[in-house]
Design a protein around this ligand. Structure first.
Ligand SMILES: Nc1ncnc2c1ncn2[C@@H]1O[C@H](COP(=O)(O)OP(=O)(O)OP(=O)(O)O)[C@@H](O)[C@H]1O
Length: 367
Protein backbone atom coordinates (compact mmCIF):
# COMPACT_ATOMS: atom_id res chain seq x y z
CA UNK A 1 0.00 0.00 0.00
CA UNK A 2 1.46 3.39 -0.92
CA UNK A 3 0.66 6.33 1.34
CA UNK A 4 1.50 9.08 -1.09
CA UNK A 5 1.29 8.98 -4.89
CA UNK A 6 3.86 11.17 -6.66
CA UNK A 7 2.25 13.14 -9.48
CA UNK A 8 5.10 12.69 -11.97
CA UNK A 9 5.08 8.88 -11.76
CA UNK A 10 8.13 7.38 -13.46
CA UNK A 11 7.67 3.76 -12.46
CA UNK A 12 4.32 2.19 -11.83
CA UNK A 13 3.88 -1.44 -11.01
CA UNK A 14 1.52 -3.98 -9.59
CA UNK A 15 3.17 -7.38 -9.43
CA UNK A 16 2.38 -10.75 -7.94
CA UNK A 17 5.09 -13.39 -7.85
CA UNK A 18 5.67 -16.63 -5.93
CA UNK A 19 9.24 -17.91 -6.11
CA UNK A 20 9.08 -21.08 -3.96
CA UNK A 21 7.20 -20.42 -0.71
CA UNK A 22 7.69 -16.67 -0.87
CA UNK A 23 4.85 -14.40 -1.97
CA UNK A 24 5.72 -10.98 -3.40
CA UNK A 25 2.65 -8.81 -3.76
CA UNK A 26 3.55 -5.22 -4.48
CA UNK A 27 1.99 -2.06 -5.84
CA UNK A 28 4.20 1.00 -6.32
CA UNK A 29 4.16 4.39 -7.96
CA UNK A 30 7.58 6.07 -7.96
CA UNK A 31 8.85 9.47 -9.10
CA UNK A 32 10.84 9.86 -12.31
CA UNK A 33 13.75 11.54 -10.53
CA UNK A 34 16.07 11.19 -7.56
CA UNK A 35 17.17 8.13 -5.59
CA UNK A 36 14.49 5.73 -4.38
CA UNK A 37 15.73 3.33 -1.71
CA UNK A 38 14.22 -0.13 -1.20
CA UNK A 39 14.65 -0.91 2.49
CA UNK A 40 13.47 -3.84 4.59
CA UNK A 41 14.57 -6.83 6.63
CA UNK A 42 16.54 -9.63 5.02
CA UNK A 43 14.12 -11.74 2.98
CA UNK A 44 11.49 -8.99 2.64
CA UNK A 45 11.69 -9.19 -1.15
CA UNK A 46 13.91 -6.28 -2.23
CA UNK A 47 16.08 -8.25 -4.64
CA UNK A 48 13.10 -10.22 -5.95
CA UNK A 49 11.35 -6.95 -6.81
CA UNK A 50 14.45 -5.53 -8.49
CA UNK A 51 14.83 -8.71 -10.59
CA UNK A 52 11.21 -8.43 -11.75
CA UNK A 53 11.75 -4.78 -12.72
CA UNK A 54 14.99 -5.65 -14.57
CA UNK A 55 13.17 -8.45 -16.43
CA UNK A 56 15.41 -11.19 -14.98
CA UNK A 57 12.29 -12.97 -13.65
CA UNK A 58 8.74 -13.11 -14.96
CA UNK A 59 5.93 -12.31 -12.52
CA UNK A 60 2.97 -14.67 -12.16
CA UNK A 61 0.68 -11.72 -12.83
CA UNK A 62 0.70 -7.94 -12.99
CA UNK A 63 1.82 -4.87 -14.90
CA UNK A 64 4.96 -2.73 -15.00
CA UNK A 65 5.27 0.67 -16.68
CA UNK A 66 8.36 2.88 -16.79
CA UNK A 67 8.25 6.39 -18.26
CA UNK A 68 4.86 5.62 -19.77
CA UNK A 69 6.07 2.46 -21.60
CA UNK A 70 4.48 -0.87 -20.78
CA UNK A 71 7.23 -3.42 -20.03
CA UNK A 72 5.07 -6.13 -18.48
CA UNK A 73 1.38 -6.87 -18.74
CA UNK A 74 0.57 -10.50 -18.04
CA UNK A 75 -3.03 -9.81 -19.11
CA UNK A 76 -2.00 -9.43 -22.76
CA UNK A 77 1.29 -11.40 -22.53
CA UNK A 78 3.54 -8.34 -22.83
CA UNK A 79 7.04 -9.08 -21.54
CA UNK A 80 9.83 -6.82 -22.78
CA UNK A 81 13.13 -8.76 -22.40
CA UNK A 82 15.85 -7.31 -20.11
CA UNK A 83 18.13 -6.00 -22.90
CA UNK A 84 15.25 -4.02 -24.42
CA UNK A 85 14.14 -2.33 -21.19
CA UNK A 86 16.84 0.37 -21.25
CA UNK A 87 17.64 -0.14 -17.58
CA UNK A 88 21.17 -0.01 -16.17
CA UNK A 89 21.67 -2.80 -13.65
CA UNK A 90 24.47 -2.83 -11.05
CA UNK A 91 24.59 -5.77 -8.66
CA UNK A 92 26.96 -6.58 -5.80
CA UNK A 93 29.23 -8.53 -8.14
CA UNK A 94 30.46 -6.28 -10.92
CA UNK A 95 29.90 -8.99 -13.62
CA UNK A 96 32.43 -7.51 -16.05
CA UNK A 97 33.59 -9.43 -19.15
CA UNK A 98 36.96 -10.87 -18.05
CA UNK A 99 38.45 -11.03 -21.56
CA UNK A 100 37.73 -7.36 -22.37
CA UNK A 101 39.79 -4.49 -21.03
CA UNK A 102 37.97 -1.83 -18.99
CA UNK A 103 37.57 0.29 -22.14
CA UNK A 104 35.90 -2.61 -23.97
CA UNK A 105 33.64 -3.32 -21.01
CA UNK A 106 32.56 0.32 -20.98
CA UNK A 107 31.86 0.65 -24.71
CA UNK A 108 30.16 -2.76 -25.00
CA UNK A 109 26.61 -1.60 -24.31
CA UNK A 110 26.85 1.88 -25.87
CA UNK A 111 24.01 2.28 -28.37
CA UNK A 112 26.25 4.54 -30.55
CA UNK A 113 29.78 5.98 -30.35
CA UNK A 114 29.74 9.10 -28.19
CA UNK A 115 33.30 10.11 -27.20
CA UNK A 116 32.09 13.12 -25.22
CA UNK A 117 29.70 11.14 -23.05
CA UNK A 118 32.34 8.41 -22.63
CA UNK A 119 34.93 10.96 -21.44
CA UNK A 120 32.56 12.68 -19.03
CA UNK A 121 31.37 9.44 -17.37
CA UNK A 122 34.92 8.06 -17.14
CA UNK A 123 36.00 11.29 -15.47
CA UNK A 124 32.94 11.44 -13.19
CA UNK A 125 33.72 7.93 -11.91
CA UNK A 126 37.49 8.54 -11.73
CA UNK A 127 38.38 5.50 -13.87
CA UNK A 128 40.52 7.21 -16.55
CA UNK A 129 43.67 5.44 -15.36
CA UNK A 130 42.03 2.00 -15.51
CA UNK A 131 40.94 1.96 -19.17
CA UNK A 132 43.67 -0.43 -20.38
CA UNK A 133 43.46 -2.85 -17.46
CA UNK A 134 41.70 -6.24 -17.41
CA UNK A 135 38.93 -6.77 -14.80
CA UNK A 136 40.96 -9.40 -12.92
CA UNK A 137 43.47 -6.70 -11.95
CA UNK A 138 40.88 -4.31 -10.46
CA UNK A 139 39.99 -3.88 -6.78
CA UNK A 140 36.37 -4.50 -5.73
CA UNK A 141 35.60 -0.76 -5.61
CA UNK A 142 37.25 -0.09 -8.98
CA UNK A 143 35.37 -2.97 -10.61
CA UNK A 144 32.09 -1.61 -9.30
CA UNK A 145 32.86 1.87 -10.59
CA UNK A 146 33.48 0.32 -14.01
CA UNK A 147 30.19 -1.60 -13.74
CA UNK A 148 28.36 1.64 -12.92
CA UNK A 149 30.09 3.35 -15.87
CA UNK A 150 29.08 0.52 -18.21
CA UNK A 151 25.48 0.73 -17.00
CA UNK A 152 25.40 4.52 -17.50
CA UNK A 153 26.97 4.38 -20.96
CA UNK A 154 24.18 2.11 -22.18
CA UNK A 155 22.02 5.28 -21.83
CA UNK A 156 19.47 3.74 -19.49
CA UNK A 157 16.33 5.54 -18.44
CA UNK A 158 16.75 4.25 -14.91
CA UNK A 159 19.58 2.73 -12.87
CA UNK A 160 18.88 -0.30 -10.65
CA UNK A 161 21.51 -0.85 -7.93
CA UNK A 162 21.43 -3.84 -5.59
CA UNK A 163 23.65 -3.29 -2.54
CA UNK A 164 26.42 -1.71 -4.65
CA UNK A 165 28.59 -1.01 -1.58
CA UNK A 166 28.32 -4.40 0.15
CA UNK A 167 31.60 -6.16 0.77
CA UNK A 168 33.75 -3.06 0.39
CA UNK A 169 35.85 -1.92 3.34
CA UNK A 170 35.21 1.44 5.07
CA UNK A 171 37.33 3.82 2.96
CA UNK A 172 36.40 2.07 -0.33
CA UNK A 173 32.74 2.25 0.65
CA UNK A 174 32.94 5.99 1.36
CA UNK A 175 34.75 6.54 -1.91
CA UNK A 176 32.13 4.70 -3.99
CA UNK A 177 29.30 6.38 -2.09
CA UNK A 178 30.91 9.70 -2.98
CA UNK A 179 30.97 8.76 -6.70
CA UNK A 180 27.33 7.64 -6.59
CA UNK A 181 26.36 10.93 -4.91
CA UNK A 182 28.18 12.89 -7.62
CA UNK A 183 26.34 10.90 -10.19
CA UNK A 184 22.97 11.71 -8.67
CA UNK A 185 23.83 15.42 -8.78
CA UNK A 186 25.44 15.56 -12.20
CA UNK A 187 23.38 13.10 -14.23
CA UNK A 188 19.63 13.42 -14.13
CA UNK A 189 18.80 9.73 -13.99
CA UNK A 190 16.43 8.10 -11.49
CA UNK A 191 18.02 5.39 -9.36
CA UNK A 192 16.34 2.50 -7.58
CA UNK A 193 18.74 1.53 -4.82
CA UNK A 194 18.56 -1.57 -2.61
CA UNK A 195 20.41 -1.41 0.69
CA UNK A 196 19.96 -2.50 4.29
CA UNK A 197 22.32 0.19 5.57
CA UNK A 198 20.36 3.14 7.05
CA UNK A 199 23.43 5.37 7.18
CA UNK A 200 24.03 4.88 3.48
CA UNK A 201 20.35 5.53 2.75
CA UNK A 202 20.19 8.66 4.93
CA UNK A 203 22.98 10.05 2.78
CA UNK A 204 21.63 9.03 -0.58
CA UNK A 205 17.87 8.49 -0.65
CA UNK A 206 15.24 11.06 -1.56
CA UNK A 207 12.41 8.58 -1.49
CA UNK A 208 12.00 5.43 0.57
CA UNK A 209 10.07 2.24 -0.08
CA UNK A 210 9.71 0.13 3.03
CA UNK A 211 9.28 -3.60 2.28
CA UNK A 212 7.89 -6.15 4.70
CA UNK A 213 7.27 -9.84 3.92
CA UNK A 214 6.88 -9.29 0.19
CA UNK A 215 4.67 -6.23 0.48
CA UNK A 216 5.22 -2.48 0.36
CA UNK A 217 4.51 -1.21 3.85
CA UNK A 218 5.04 2.47 3.01
CA UNK A 219 6.43 4.60 0.22
CA UNK A 220 7.18 8.31 0.32
CA UNK A 221 9.84 11.02 0.67
CA UNK A 222 12.52 9.82 3.14
CA UNK A 223 12.06 12.76 5.51
CA UNK A 224 8.28 12.19 5.60
CA UNK A 225 8.61 8.48 6.46
CA UNK A 226 11.13 9.25 9.19
CA UNK A 227 8.46 11.48 10.76
CA UNK A 228 5.88 8.70 10.91
CA UNK A 229 5.35 7.41 14.46
CA UNK A 230 3.73 4.20 13.19
CA UNK A 231 6.87 3.20 11.24
CA UNK A 232 9.30 3.74 14.12
CA UNK A 233 9.82 0.02 14.76
CA UNK A 234 10.12 -0.90 11.06
CA UNK A 235 12.61 1.92 10.52
CA UNK A 236 14.45 0.90 13.70
CA UNK A 237 17.78 0.66 11.91
CA UNK A 238 17.56 4.36 11.12
CA UNK A 239 17.84 4.86 14.87
CA UNK A 240 14.98 7.38 14.95
CA UNK A 241 16.33 10.59 13.48
CA UNK A 242 15.14 13.51 11.41
CA UNK A 243 16.67 14.59 8.14
CA UNK A 244 16.57 18.31 7.39
CA UNK A 245 18.17 20.61 4.85
CA UNK A 246 20.07 23.83 5.47
CA UNK A 247 22.25 26.31 3.59
CA UNK A 248 25.83 27.22 4.47
CA UNK A 249 26.10 30.91 5.43
CA UNK A 250 29.59 31.03 6.90
CA UNK A 251 32.56 29.30 8.52
CA UNK A 252 33.86 29.99 12.03
CA UNK A 253 37.47 29.01 11.61
CA UNK A 254 38.39 29.88 15.23
CA UNK A 255 35.95 27.40 16.72
CA UNK A 256 35.88 24.90 13.85
CA UNK A 257 32.19 25.41 13.11
CA UNK A 258 30.05 25.77 10.01
CA UNK A 259 27.13 28.20 10.24
CA UNK A 260 23.90 27.26 8.53
CA UNK A 261 20.48 28.72 7.96
CA UNK A 262 17.27 26.72 7.74
CA UNK A 263 14.66 27.64 5.16
CA UNK A 264 12.64 29.53 7.80
CA UNK A 265 15.67 31.75 8.49
CA UNK A 266 16.73 30.19 11.81
CA UNK A 267 20.40 29.40 12.37
CA UNK A 268 22.29 26.23 13.21
CA UNK A 269 25.96 25.50 13.79
CA UNK A 270 27.61 22.14 13.16
CA UNK A 271 31.19 20.84 13.41
CA UNK A 272 33.10 22.30 10.44
CA UNK A 273 32.25 20.90 7.01
CA UNK A 274 34.37 21.89 4.05
CA UNK A 275 31.57 23.59 2.12
CA UNK A 276 31.17 26.94 0.37
CA UNK A 277 28.69 29.65 1.33
CA UNK A 278 25.45 28.98 -0.52
CA UNK A 279 25.87 25.17 -0.61
CA UNK A 280 22.93 23.12 0.62
CA UNK A 281 23.58 20.33 3.12
CA UNK A 282 21.49 17.42 4.34
CA UNK A 283 21.67 16.98 8.10
CA UNK A 284 20.71 14.17 10.43
CA UNK A 285 19.42 14.89 13.94
CA UNK A 286 18.86 11.86 16.24
CA UNK A 287 15.60 12.11 18.25
CA UNK A 288 17.43 11.44 21.50
CA UNK A 289 19.62 14.50 20.98
CA UNK A 290 16.66 16.89 20.87
CA UNK A 291 15.36 18.47 24.10
CA UNK A 292 12.48 20.91 24.51
CA UNK A 293 12.14 24.00 26.70
CA UNK A 294 9.30 26.47 27.22
CA UNK A 295 11.51 29.46 26.40
CA UNK A 296 14.99 30.21 25.04
CA UNK A 297 17.60 28.91 27.45
CA UNK A 298 20.66 30.78 28.61
CA UNK A 299 23.44 28.98 30.37
CA UNK A 300 23.03 25.79 28.37
CA UNK A 301 25.73 23.86 26.56
CA UNK A 302 23.27 23.13 23.76
CA UNK A 303 24.72 25.17 20.96
CA UNK A 304 21.61 25.16 18.83
CA UNK A 305 18.28 26.57 19.93
CA UNK A 306 15.40 26.78 17.50
CA UNK A 307 11.81 27.96 17.77
CA UNK A 308 9.26 25.38 16.65
CA UNK A 309 5.65 24.33 17.08
CA UNK A 310 4.56 20.94 18.41
CA UNK A 311 2.26 19.39 15.81
CA UNK A 312 1.73 15.86 17.15
CA UNK A 313 2.57 13.54 20.01
CA UNK A 314 2.29 9.78 20.53
CA UNK A 315 3.20 6.99 22.92
CA UNK A 316 4.55 3.93 21.10
CA UNK A 317 3.56 0.46 22.36
CA UNK A 318 7.13 -0.79 22.76
CA UNK A 319 8.27 2.30 24.70
CA UNK A 320 5.44 3.41 27.03
CA UNK A 321 7.62 5.66 29.20
CA UNK A 322 8.53 7.95 26.29
CA UNK A 323 6.57 10.53 24.37
CA UNK A 324 7.29 10.90 20.67
CA UNK A 325 6.95 14.51 19.56
CA UNK A 326 6.71 15.93 16.04
CA UNK A 327 7.68 19.58 15.54
CA UNK A 328 7.34 22.03 12.68
CA UNK A 329 10.09 24.52 11.78
CA UNK A 330 9.08 26.48 8.68
CA UNK A 331 8.18 23.79 6.14
CA UNK A 332 10.47 21.16 7.72
CA UNK A 333 9.69 18.67 10.46
CA UNK A 334 11.74 17.40 13.36
CA UNK A 335 11.20 14.62 15.87
CA UNK A 336 12.02 14.49 19.56
CA UNK A 337 11.67 11.74 22.17
CA UNK A 338 11.07 12.91 25.74
CA UNK A 339 10.39 11.02 28.93
CA UNK A 340 6.72 11.15 29.87
CA UNK A 341 7.73 12.71 33.16
CA UNK A 342 9.43 15.74 31.64
CA UNK A 343 6.71 16.09 29.01
CA UNK A 344 4.07 16.29 31.73
CA UNK A 345 6.14 18.54 33.99
CA UNK A 346 6.49 21.05 31.16
CA UNK A 347 2.75 20.65 30.40
CA UNK A 348 3.49 20.36 26.68
CA UNK A 349 0.79 19.84 24.10
CA UNK A 350 0.13 19.97 20.37
CA UNK A 351 -0.11 23.52 19.00
CA UNK A 352 2.37 24.89 21.56
CA UNK A 353 5.44 26.95 20.59
CA UNK A 354 8.62 25.63 22.17
CA UNK A 355 12.36 26.12 22.11
CA UNK A 356 14.14 23.11 20.61
CA UNK A 357 17.57 22.43 22.06
CA UNK A 358 19.64 20.38 19.64
CA UNK A 359 22.70 18.58 20.95
CA UNK A 360 24.05 16.79 17.89
CA UNK A 361 23.64 17.62 14.25
CA UNK A 362 25.44 15.27 11.91
CA UNK A 363 26.31 16.26 8.39
CA UNK A 364 24.92 13.63 5.98
CA UNK A 365 25.72 15.03 2.54
CA UNK A 366 25.81 17.95 0.13
CA UNK A 367 22.71 18.41 -1.97
N1 LIG B 1 14.04 -18.54 -6.88
C1 LIG B 1 13.59 -18.63 -5.63
N2 LIG B 1 13.05 -19.78 -5.16
C2 LIG B 1 12.59 -19.87 -3.90
N3 LIG B 1 12.61 -18.84 -3.00
C3 LIG B 1 13.13 -17.68 -3.41
C4 LIG B 1 13.65 -17.51 -4.73
N4 LIG B 1 14.09 -16.24 -4.83
C5 LIG B 1 13.88 -15.66 -3.64
N5 LIG B 1 13.31 -16.51 -2.79
C6 LIG B 1 12.90 -16.23 -1.39
O1 LIG B 1 12.18 -15.03 -1.39
C7 LIG B 1 12.45 -14.27 -0.22
C8 LIG B 1 12.87 -12.87 -0.57
O2 LIG B 1 14.18 -12.89 -1.09
P1 LIG B 1 14.93 -11.56 -1.57
O3 LIG B 1 16.29 -11.96 -2.02
O4 LIG B 1 14.08 -10.85 -2.53
O5 LIG B 1 14.99 -10.75 -0.21
P2 LIG B 1 15.81 -9.44 0.15
O6 LIG B 1 14.86 -8.51 0.80
O7 LIG B 1 16.52 -8.94 -1.06
O8 LIG B 1 16.82 -10.02 1.22
P3 LIG B 1 18.36 -9.64 1.55
O9 LIG B 1 18.32 -8.30 2.24
O10 LIG B 1 18.76 -10.74 2.49
O11 LIG B 1 19.12 -9.65 0.26
C9 LIG B 1 13.49 -15.06 0.55
O12 LIG B 1 12.83 -15.78 1.57
C10 LIG B 1 14.09 -15.97 -0.49
O13 LIG B 1 14.55 -17.16 0.11
Amino acid sequence: MTDRQPKDAGLRLQLDHRPGDFHLQTALDLPAHGVTALFGASGSGKTSLLRLIAGLDRPDSGTLHIGGDCLVDTGNRTFVPPHKRRLGVVFQEARLFPHYRVRGNLTYGMPRPDPERFASIVSLLGIDHLLDRFPATLSGGEARRVAIGRALLSEPRMLLMDEPLTGLDGPRKQELLHFILRLTREIAIPILYVSHDPEELTAIADHLVLMHEGRVLASGPLDDLLMRFDLTAELGGFDAASVIEAEVVGQDVNYGLTLLTLNDGQHLTIPAVDAAVGERLRLRIPVRDVALALAPHSGSSYRNQLQATITDTAVLPDNPTAIEVRLQLGNQSLRARLTRKSFEELALDAGQEVTVLVKTVAFALRR
